[in-house]
Design a protein around this ligand. Structure first.
Ligand SMILES: NC(=O)c1ccc[n+]([C@@H]2O[C@H](COP(=O)([O-])OP(=O)(O)OC[C@H]3O[C@@H](n4cnc5c(N)ncnc54)[C@H](O)[C@@H]3O)[C@@H](O)[C@H]2O)c1
Length: 262
């Protein structure tokens, strides 16, 4: 089911004519991955909550790929399945899946409300399970194999001090567990499943936290060997590696890109 790649290395990174579903694709890391993968030749189906698409998505068409936006909530099991089935019809196949939609609540554990906990778990692990299941079901139906790259976090490997985000940390540990189990079950279908664990990356999610809590940025900077937060495009190499045949012998595993956590 997994042929040993014979192409030369640069060709093994190519994603021409592959269709990749990205949740949280309207901004932040999801949109940044969409741009990088389109540059490698992939067609992009971006899913997010807003009714209207981000302007950046249209610009990807100039790269000669198809890029389309779909409004859906990853917490809506049936609605998400319908959206993913529509994507498969409109693009002809689904070859890759990046469940990048995620939220964070930065408040002490004892102040987490039931809603905070349910919201974070609902998007970050339940929504990821729904997305991975619907995309994998389509890949199995096509019998084409496929590639799933989940987004955990350095917070999925340890805590995320100096921030206070217990539900988030728990959800990101859960993503790593999901990847391990799902990879084992889907290997028979030629589907690989891995994850990337970013450290602190400069996106809107983080900007809000920096604005709400002065001094947070300096504290987070000092927690890495490189003494700075990462830029979204510093994850592109890891994403392209995992999403392409370049990583053909890797599944059920994770790449931690965190600037060297201290
Ligand atoms: N930025 C970081 O430092 C960092 C670090 C490690 C991991 N991550 C993870 O990377 C992923 C992307 O984070 P980001 O920083 O780009 O965040 P972001 O807030 O900039 O983007 C997240 C996107 O997810 C969408 N989204 C949220 N809930 C949704 C739902 N129910 N259905 C559909 N879409 C939904 C949002 O609308 C938004 O467009 C998340 O899973 C996050 O946990 C981020």
């Amino acid at each position: 089911m997994f042929p040993t790649p014979t192409a030369k290395l640069p060709q093994r990174f190519a994603l021409k004519d592959k269709t990749i579903v990205i949740t949280g694709g309207a901004r932040g890391l999801g949109l940044s991955f969409a741009t990088a993968l389109a540059e490698a030749g992939a067609n992009i189906a971006a899913i997010d909550l807003n009714d209207s698409p981000p302007s950046e998505l249209d610009k990807l068409q100039a790269l000669g790929v198809k890029a389309k936006y779909y409004a859906a909530n990853v917490q809506d099991y049936d609605g998400l399945r319908n959206t993913i089935e529509r994507i498969a019809e409109e693009f002809g196949s689904i070859d890759g899946c990046i469940p990048a939609a995620g939220i964070m609540r930065d408040k002490p554990f004892l102040e987490h409300t039931a809603k905070d906990i349910n919201d974070v778990m609902g998007v970050n692990i339940i929504g990821v399970m729904y997305t991975v299941q619907h995309c994998a079901a389509q890949m199995v139906k096509q019998n084409t194999g496929g590639n799933i790259v989940c987004i955990s976090s350095s917070a999925g490997h340890h805590g995320c001090a100096p921030m206070t985000c217990a539900a988030y940390v728990a959800s990101k540990h859960a993503v790593l567990g999901l990847v391990k189990q799902v990879a084992g079950e889907l290997a028979q279908h030629g589907i690989r499943c891995n994850s990337i664990s970013p450290g602190t990356m400069r996106t809107a999610m983080l900007k809000q936290i920096f604005e709400d809590t002065p001094g947070r940025e300096q504290l987070l900077n000092s927690g890495s060997m490189l003494k700075r937060v990462g830029e979204p495009d510093e994850l592109h190499g890891a994403m392209l590696y995992l999403m392409s045949d370049a990583s053909s012998y890797m599944t059920g595993n994770d790449i931690l890109v965190d600037g060297g956590k201290l």
